[in-house]
Design a protein around this ligand. Structure first.
Ligand code: BES
Ligand code: ZN
Ligand code: ZN
Length: 505
């Protein structure tokens, strides 16, 4: 499902829509003693109403705090019948990567999300958009907040129509970038929300094929026979218990003048039952989201093909369904990964690292300048960092900090995590080169990172993003984040490609 946003030069008074959104700020001290701040778009509405807007909002309890929504009727003074004032705190203009940018995205998102309904089908936004950064933030937040997944609803409806009131030379490029990022995040959310009876390796690869064709990306898909011939023991071992055979998708974006290459690898477990190390029922309910990393990589390639940064980008999607069928791998099975490393599979629920290992080893043939994998890898990530902050590990501290900085610029929460050497010996196996889990549960996110590190080609700068918590949102919606698939990390991947192109990473 696509989301789009138009722009208009119309005045707030004249724009025809079911509702118009304005911003209401707090004075810089953060104190709101009824003295609400009206930014330019809100001032236009105030003038059309004949004044008194701030005191009306204040009387209704508005304080201007971020994401707070106060609705009033325009009573015929505006073309739009409903006015919704959304708090933006003390946010003013939105430098990329600043907290203000995130406040604008979230407030625009919260406003659209709270308004969109069967009655309100078109929404005009008279929100801060006077410079490129705030126009992009407002447009992106509004589009992400309008997300609606109706595929399985008999009474589903299309997403609301959005119109941003903005003019100036900066608007086109800023809104264009927001459109590309919104389409990427929407693609991830749709893929994650799709039921695993409809999204399995074969159908996921087919969808990647359609996106590659329409975006002009190169694509190569290995089916089970090709995976066997190529020696991809990790992907095949995980997929062998399912009636849906695995796939390895390789996408490529080539830039004519680029000399550097970044490789992204996304965990693509279309459903993680745990395999024979079966998960309890509650833990399984959200495991259709275990392909969020692969979806983020596919969507990032789609966005890169549109934004055209000066860098070559390759994306791997190792896709498998982790099921306990009669041909499933057994705890204690030994498998041979791409490149020859043997792994004793002691826990079939630690499957993500197995499919990633094959792709990491394979990526050496692309001679990456930077290698980044992204995965809903461990429950330990959620224990350590919660559901909104992803963990970043790397074989190089500068790379790790560079990735965290890229995430901050993109407006996503990621935090540096170590790879402590003393945990590595926990992965020694009694019979093979490595075991896929350690006997001790402690530091589970880091142990998984250390396992992956074993498969990073020599001399390659590598980072690992564990997005287990942030990829899927089970709580109440907030800001521009709905329930279900969130699209976590895709904006960071796009930023990483841009940062490599710009020589920042
Ligand atoms: N897909 C899960 C990790 C996960 C948990 C993602 C919760 C999102 C939310 C992964 O395959 C898994 O099961 N990991 C195990 C590893 C353990 C067996 C070492 C885990 O975290 O329990
Ligand atoms: Zn698992
Ligand atoms: Zn998993």
């Amino acid at each position: 499902m696509t989301v789009t946003l138009q722009t208009t030069n119309s005045a707030a008074r004249d724009v025809s829509a079911d509702a118009i959104v304005i911003a209401v700020g707090q004075d810089a001290g953060g104190q709101s003693t009824g003295g609400l701040v009206l930014p330019p778009g809100a001032q236009d509405v105030d003038a059309a109403l004949g004044g008194g807007l701030a005191s009306t909002l204040s009387a209704l309890g508005a304080t201007g705090k971020p994401e707070e929504i106060t609705r009033i009727a325009s009573a015929g003074k505006l073309a739009a019948p409903v006015i919704a004032a959304v708090g933006i705190g003390t946010a003013t203009t939105a430098e990329p990567g600043s907290n203000d940018a995130e406040i604008l995205r979230r407030s625009a998102g919260a406003a659209v999300r709270s308004l969109a309904s069967p009655k309100i089908r078109s929404i005009a936004l008279a929100l801060p958009a006077d410079d490129a950064a705030s126009a992009e933030a407002t447009a992106l937040g509004a589009m992400l907040g309008s997300y609606y997944f109706g595929r399985y609803r008999s009474n589903g409806h299309p997403a609301a129509e959005l119109t941003l009131l903005a003019s100036g030379a900066h608007v086109g490029p800023a809104v264009g970038r927001a459109q590309v990022l919104a389409a990427a995040v929407t693609l991830v959310r749709d893929l994650v929300n799709t039921s695993p009876s409809h999204l399995y390796p074969e159908t996921f690869a087919a969808q990647a094929g359609e996106i590659a064709a329409s975006s002009g990306l190169g694509i190569d898909v290995l089916d089970d026979t090709a995976l066997a011939a190529g020696g991809y023991g990790g992907i095949r071992g995980v997929g062998q218990g399912s009636v849906h055979p695995p796939r390895l998708v390789r996408l490529s974006y080539q830039h004519a003048e680029a000399s550097r290459t970044v490789v992204f690898i996304g965990k693509g477990i279309t459903f993680d039952s745990g395999g024979l190390s079966l998960k309890p029922p509650k833990a399984m309910e959200t495991m259709k989201s275990d392909m969020s990393g692969a979806a983020a990589v596919l969507a990032a390639l789609q966005a890169v093909a549109a934004l055209k940064p000066g860098v070559n980008v390759i994306g791997y999607l190792p896709l498998a369904e982790n099921m306990p069928g009669s041909s499933a791998q057994r705890p204690s099975d030994v498998i041979t990964m791409y490149g020859g490393t043997t792994v004793e599979v002691l826990n079939t629920d630690a499957e993500g690292r197995l499919v990633l290992a094959d792709a990491l080893a394979r990526s050496g043939e692309d001679a990456p300048d930077l290698l980044v994998d992204i995965a809903t890898l461990t429950g330990a990530q959620v224990v350590a960092l919660g559901t909104r902050v992803s963990g970043v590990m790397a074989n190089d501290d500068t790379v790790r900090d560079g990735i965290v900085a890229a995430a901050t610029r993109a407006g996503e929460a990621m935090w540096p995590m170590p790879l402590p050497e003393e945990l590595r010996k926990g992965l020694d196996s009694k019979v093979a080169d490595l075991a896929n889990v350690a006997a001790e549960r402690d530091g589970g996110m880091l142990v998984a990172g250390l396992f992956l590190r074993e498969f990073v080609p020599d001399g390659v700068r590598w980072a690992h993003l564990d997005i287990a918590g942030p990829a899927f949102h089970e709580g109440e919606p907030y800001g521009y984040t709905p329930k279900g698939g969130t699209g976590a990390a895709v904006r960071t991947l796009v930023q990483i490609a841009q940062d490599v192109a710009d020589g920042r990473l």
